[in-house]
Each structure stands twice: as structure tokens, then as C-alpha cells.
Design a protein around this ligand. Structure first.
Ligand SMILES: NC(=O)c1ccc[n+]([C@@H]2O[C@H](COP(=O)([O-])OP(=O)(O)OC[C@H]3O[C@@H](n4cnc5c(N)ncnc54)[C@H](OP(=O)(O)O)[C@@H]3O)[C@@H](O)[C@H]2O)c1
Length: 247
């Protein structure tokens, strides 16, 4: 049973469906009882449902409707977190995706993908680092994808944004690691067994077979593992994929 008043705060930005990586990561953190958990996403109803579920388990949760592409919005979410205690763990998880043929891409779409998957990560990293630096401690973990490494056919817009996020993580980790901040990147190299694929491509989900998709709870375990690493043995980047995913 978690304590009623944890003394640290975790923020997870990019929380949507219950069956999504963001919500699973938030649940995993809250379960340990060390942190109050502040979640941000654009849909109030979904956020409030997570808060209700968490509170039923005796955990401390807050929801803040957040648009990660807006510095003011990210600052507001972190402000709510600071009101509960020191911000000790921040997860940047927002990142939509869909295949678009290269010649059908327009500037507005490319920019929108970049704003969510890259710019939002930069804003979150900067705002989180500013809050953690005075205490010389804190962990920030950003969610990547296959596109963080590779520009796949029909996924140039996604890869350009996700690889940019990866570079911000690397730069920040190198600058602030020696200051005591652990900044890490998780490459999710496969499809998540979540709401997205179950809604958009149920046949593809079925064709993957047992354990052919990444389970959200396994992903969440890795985030908690990274958070718990002692500073003599920090991870910058880890990749996760189902056992039969080609790579
Ligand atoms: N799904 C996959 O198969 C897959 C594969 C590889 C990597 N990934 C990565 O894993 C992460 C999580 O993916 P997921 O599919 O499991 O989704 P998820 O964690 O359930 O949800 C991420 C949530 O972020 C929210 N969001 C989107 N734009 C936002 C914005 N501008 N401001 C604030 N919140 C925003 C969305 O909720 P609202 O619409 O309610 O705001 C979305 O549901 C993403 O970074 C993704 O790139 C996913």
C-alpha cells in the first residue's frame, strides 16, 4: 500500500488512453508510492479517469490538461507538480504517428509532427532541467521510436521529429549528467499493444500473434528501472522490441 503523502513528484506528459504507454508509466510510478504523479495530455476526461483510478488505490494523482507544444502549458503542468513537492522524475511521452507518402506531405503536417515529437520534448527538457538543477538531482526520460534511428518509407515526417528529440536528449544528458541529472531515451522499436493499433489496425495487431506487440507494462517497468539506476551506472538509451520483431 503506497504512503498517503509521497515526498517527491513525477510528471508524465503525453498521457491518453488507459491502454497506452503514458498511462502505464504513470501507474507504474504511482504504484511504488515514492511519488505523487501529475499527468498531462489534451483530453480532460481521460486524465480525470486515471486520477480517479489512482486515488481508489490510495495514490496521489493530479491531472493537468496540457499541450506539450506550448511552453506556458508545460510550465503550468510543472507548476502544479511543484505545488506538491520537488519534481524528481519527468517523462516525455507525447508522439502521434501515421504513415504519409512523401509526396503527399505538406508543410503544416511536417511542422505539426515536429512540434509534438521534437519541440515539445525540448520545452519539457528545458523546463524540467531548470527545476531540477538547483537540487542537483532528477531523472528525465523521453520516449522514442524506430523513427528515432531511421527514416522509414512514408514516415519521414515522424523520423525527422523523433530523431530531433533524440538529439536534444543526447545534448542535455551530456551537459547536465555531470550536474547530477539523469536524462535518458527509450527507443520503442515495434508496435505497442495499445489503443492506437487496436483501433487503427486491429488486423495488423492480430497478425502479430502472442507477444508480437510491446506490452505497456513491460515498457513501464523499463522506465522505473532507469529511474532507479545508481549514478555510477546510468543508461543514456535503451531499446525495446518484441522477440520476433526484425531489426
Ligand atoms: N503506439 C505505438 O505502436 C508506438 C510505437 C513506437 C513508439 N511509440 C511512442 O510511444 C509513445 C506513446 O505512444 P502510445 O501509442 O502508447 O500513446 P499513449 O502513451 O497512449 O499516448 C500518448 C498521448 O499523448 C497525448 N498527446 C498527443 N499530442 C499531445 C500534445 N500536443 N500535448 C499533450 N499530449 C499530447 C495523446 O492524448 P490526447 O489525444 O488525449 O492528448 C496521446 O494519447 C509515443 O511517444 C510514441 O511515439 C508508440
Amino acid at each position: 500500500m503506497p504512503p498517503t503523502s509521497p515526498d517527491k513528484v513525477a510528471v508524465v506528459l503525453g498521457v491518453g488512453a488507459a491502454r497506452g504507454a503514458g498511462a502505464a508509466i504513470a501507474r507504474r510510478i504511482a504504484r511504488e508510492g515514492e511519488h505523487a504523479v501529475v499527468i498531462g495530455g489534451r483530453t480532460r476526461d481521460r486524465l480525470e479517469a486515471h486520477v480517479r483510478d489512482g486515488e481508489l488505490r490510495g495514490e496521489v494523482w493530479r491531472a493537468v490538461v496540457t499541450d506539450v507544444t506550448s511552453p506556458d502549458s508545460v510550465r503550468a503542468a510543472l507548476g502544479v507538480a511543484e505545488g506538491l513537492g520537488p519534481v524528481d522524475l519527468v517523462v516525455y511521452n507525447a508522439g502521434p504517428n501515421r504513415a504519409i507518402p512523401f509526396l503527399e506531405l505538406d508543410v503544416a503536417t511536417v511542422e505539426e509532427f515536429w512540434r509534438v515529437s521534437c519541440l515539445g520534448g525540448f520545452i519539457t527538457l528545458q523546463e524540467a532541467i531548470r527545476r531540477m538543477l538547483p537540487r542537483k538531482t532528477g531523472t528525465i526520460i523521453c520516449t522514442g521510436a524506430t523513427g528515432s534511428w531511421r527514416g522509414g518509407a512514408r514516415f519521414g515526417h515522424f523520423g525527422a521529429a523523433k530523431s530531433g528529440l533524440r538529439m536534444f536528449v543526447q545534448a542535455a544528458a551530456r551537459e547536465f549528467g555531470p550536474e547530477g541529472l539523469h536524462i535518458a531515451h527509450v527507443v520503442i522499436d515495434g508496435s505497442i499493444d495499445g489503443e492506437r493499433i487496436r483501433t487503427v489496425a486491429p488486423d495488423r495487431a492480430k497478425a502479430k500473434g502472442e507477444d508480437g506487440l510491446l506490452h505497456v507494462d513491460g515498457i513501464a517497468d523499463m522506465y522505473w528501472h532507469i529511474y532507479r539506476q545508481p549514478r555510477s551506472t546510468w543508461t543514456l538509451e535503451v531499446d525495446l522490441r518484441p522477440y520476433k520483431e526484425p531489426f
